[in-house]
Design a protein around this ligand. Structure first.
Ligand code: SF4
Length: 325
């Protein structure tokens, strides 16, 4: 059977796609790394409004231009626009599959969703678990890379972001991803510990800003904790696939996220928090609760287009450093 190229809209059990011999492709990673402006422009030409999040527009245009055989849309537990995005992709004659993280967050309900996915791709739970064991070998290395970011300080926040965010699909080729990760870690192991005069947490969806990590580093700080990117790398390494995706916090409530965030802020001796929100995103509302319950200096940055930090945001970042560094 020929391997299919299967796009998806956020991290979900990619183990099933790999078990079926397919190539999972995280639409977000292609959008933000390849001609992001063009993808947004093309979606707007098709009629997507200015007041819809750029990631939705980018993912739409990637989905219809990346020669995909199918798209898995996460319609519960991700984006409030997910269903409509999927309808538009389906309209372009691309087969779509809907996956949900059941909001009640119960084992039986998620087990049934994953079983349905396995049935769709004709794999057994044993097949899924075999791939999970393989991917967990790589995820174990990412746990070390994450420790090297906050403890040994051999890895920068930007590098941490790139490796963890790409663990959503392992760039479609886990063996190659692992080889490149091994080379990177061999190089990082030889470094002297990196300075960070302000130890920051980055909360929220990955940034659309192109230079946010560089701008933080230029001010002398670094991101020691990338919240959602770390979740994409499934750091808990639980052996059961259902358990793994139950403790994955991103699809669930802001309170589930806080249960992960709070101990990590302490463990990593975080000085201050940058909470990133995307314009026109429902997660801006969750941000209100993050701010309420996190007792650390807290800066909310809102991004819209794939560009460098605008002057106002840059100034806000500089002022935050002046006060807290
Ligand atoms: S940033 Fe928010 S609105 Fe945009 S795709 Fe992600 S969840 Fe949806």
């Amino acid at each position: 059977m020929k391997a299919k190229r299967i796009g998806f809209t956020t991290s979900f059990p990619v183990e099933v796609l790999y078990a079926a011999g397919h190539i999972p492709i995280d639409l977000n990673n292609i959008f933000v790394n390849q001609d992001a402006d063009k993808h947004i422009y093309k979606a707007e030409i098709k009629g997507f409004p200015r007041t819809i999040c750029s990631w939705i527009k980018g993912n739409y245009n990637v989905a219809i231009t990346a020669k995909l055989d199918e798209v898995v849309g996460i319609v519960q537990g991700d984006c409030s626009n997910g269903n409509s995005l999927l309808e538009m992709i389906h309209e372009e004659a691309i087969p779509v599959y809907r996956f949900s993280f059941p909001p009640e967050k119960q084992y039986a309900a998620l087990d049934a969703e994953i079983a349905k996915l396995e049935e769709h791709y004709q794999v057994s739970r044993a097949d899924t678990h075999k791939i999970k064991q393989r991917l967990d070998e790589i995820r174990k290395k990412l746990v070390v890379l994450d420790e090297w970011t906050w403890k040994e300080r051999l890895v920068t926040g930007k590098e941490n972001h790139i490796w963890l965010v790409n663990a959503s699909d392992f760039n479609g080729d886990p063996d190659r991803y692992e080889e490149e990760l091994d080379s990177f870690m061999q190089m990082a192991a030889k470094r002297d510990p990196l300075p960070a005069k302000l130890r920051l947490a980055y909360l929220g969806v990955p940034p659309i800003y192109k230079n946010i990590y560089d701008a933080i580093a230029e001010l002398g700080g670094d991101v020691i904790f990338n919240e959602v990117q770390r979740q994409f790398a499934m750091p808990t390494l639980l052996t059961d696939i259902v358990q793994q995706y139950l403790v994955y916090t991103y699809p669930y409530s802001v309170f589930d996220r806080l249960e992960d965030i709070q101990p990590e802020l302490q463990r990593r001796c975080i000085d201050a928090v940058i909470s990133y929100t995307q314009s026109f995103c429902h997660l801006q509302i969750d941000n209100l609760l993050l701010k309420k319950y996190i007792d650390l200096p807290f800066l909310n940055l809102e991004g819209d287009q794939p560009e460098d930090l605008d002057s106002r945001t840059q100034l806000r970042l500089e002022s935050f450093f002046e006060v807290h560094a």
